[in-house]
Design a protein around this ligand. Structure first.
Ligand code: ZN
Length: 256
């Protein structure tokens, strides 16, 4: 049996499968891994949350980076891997996606149960009163010369609804991700080097609680030794091939 056939049989047999996704999930959608050479963080100094709160200059730097990110996001589309995971959820094999990505591509592909551990860059909000803006409107404010926009209701700074460096992980999302991981029967760790927390511990937790652990990534990970199946091939092509076995009818209609 090939790795693809093995993976297809695991997914088809799952009733509480969970996908845990990292930056590698979206590289085939045209989004660079922030950490990689040429990624956003190689060109911009990350702005820590305390700096953001304490300094207008830091907020100006923050928004310069966000504008580049918004442009990348606007040009990105879900890839076959995103669509495959959405379909596996629809078929009842997956119960959720836990993602470190902030791009919203899982939801755009149709996934409904998505836990965003690092928040979303598809919404901007006031850090005090919570009033929300679509990123395009904030981009227009930046374009018009307001280089660190404040809330028009209460005057506090606006910020993307993402988790910044120096901000704690969101409590509800972590609790939901842990619950999904513990309860999973098949755990797919996709496109993450599984080094940074909580990526390092969620798949381990799943495995320790009886899940079959599958790792799909282009490099080795520290958890390879406990995985039941490791696939080092491109994510989109791998999941598309699995989808073609699990549900050939809909796989042919994949928009990517
Ligand atoms: Zn406000």
């Amino acid at each position: 049996m090939s790795d693809i056939e093995h993976l297809a049989s695991l997914i088809a047999g799952a009733s509480a499968g969970v996908a845990f996704t990292g930056a590698g999930m979206s590289t085939e959608s045209g989004l660079s891994d922030f950490r990689s050479p040429g990624g956003l963080w190689s060109r911009h100094q990350p702005v820590y949350y305390d700096e953001f709160l304490g300094s207008r200059e830091a907020r100006v730097r923050y928004w310069q980076m966000r504008r580049e990110l918004h442009q990348e996001l606007a040009a990105s589309k879900p890839n076959a891997g995103h669509y495959a995971l959405a379909r596996f959820e629809e078929l009842g094999n997956l119960v959720g996606v836990v993602t470190q990505n902030i791009d919203g591509l899982h939801q755009e592909a149709g996934s409904r149960s998505v836990v965003e551990l690092h928040g979303t860059s598809r919404v901007v909000a006031c850090i005090r009163c919570g009033k929300e803006w679509p990123p395009e409107e904030v981009d227009a404010m930046l374009e018009a010369g307001d280089d660190a926009p404040d809330c028009d209701e209460c005057g506090a700074p606006l910020k993307s609804k993402t988790i910044s460096f120096g901000q704690p992980m969101p409590y509800d999302e972590m609790a939901r991700a842990t619950e999904l991981s513990v309860g999973s029967d098949v755990y797919l760790a996709i496109g993450s080097s599984l080094v940074v927390e909580p990526a390092a511990s969620m798949p381990r937790l799943a495995k320790q609680n009886g899940a079959t652990l599958v790792i799909i990534n282009n490099t080795d990970t520290p958890l390879d030794g406990m995985a039941d199946l490791i696939v080092n091939d491109p994510i989109g092509a791998t999941l598309r091939a699995v989808w073609e076995i699990v549900d050939p009818e809909t796989a042919r209609q994949c928009p990517a």
